[in-house]
Write a protein that binds this ligand. Sequence first.
Ligand code: MLT
Length: 243
Amino acid sequence: MIDSIDVFSSSISFSEQDVRDKTVVVIDVLRSCSTIQTALENGAAGIIPLGSNDDAGRYTRYLDSASILLCGEKEGKKVEGYQLGNSPLEFSKETVSDKTILLKTTNGTRAITRSSGAARILIGSFLNLSAIADILKQDGEKEVLLICSGWNSRLSIEDMLCAGAITHKIFDHKLPFDSTDGVKVAFGLYEKFGSDIPALIRDCNHAKRLRDLGYEEDVSYCSQVDLYSSIPSMHEGVISIRK
Ligand code: MLT
């Protein structure tokens, strides 16, 4: 039974104190959480989310370079010198199998690294929507935070819609009377737009940015609901899927 649940709207909208001892679900539909899920489904050994580009040097010095891939984006584009960007479609079996991925993205990996004081960190997107809702219910998590990564400190409607979809599943479509403002906003958004998730995502600000960069296919890919049933989670700085 979940005692409390709240929704935060961007990667910097919460403090260390907010996440301490909580179960956190970090959501970045476009694209980092969808990319993390895809990379792990395709056999990546683990994902190390980076809070800053400087962290990359720290890791690459100590890890065997044949087994790591340095990946990430700045303003949606692959960072120069990195092996891959942040398009989930780049993270195929052939490319990522058995590799450790160092991933630096503008908002998603920042939200994840800023949540490091949480008791449990799960990675959520539409790709694993039901699995996330089910585990939160089944594991009897007490205090849950849904952290939407957003875009440059601002809200992203696709992340908020995903948070709303999770709350709908958790509460069986009935909004509890004592819900927080964050839950009410997310729940209400899903009530209004949840019947056509791909349409809402297609029209969101970040989808437009990605289309302009030639990543149209990423937008459709990340709009799929329940493509996977696994849950990436972070342990000691590394994200993996626990069987
Ligand atoms: C982010 O972390 O800001 C996003 O995943 C950006 C992107 O679409 O690459």
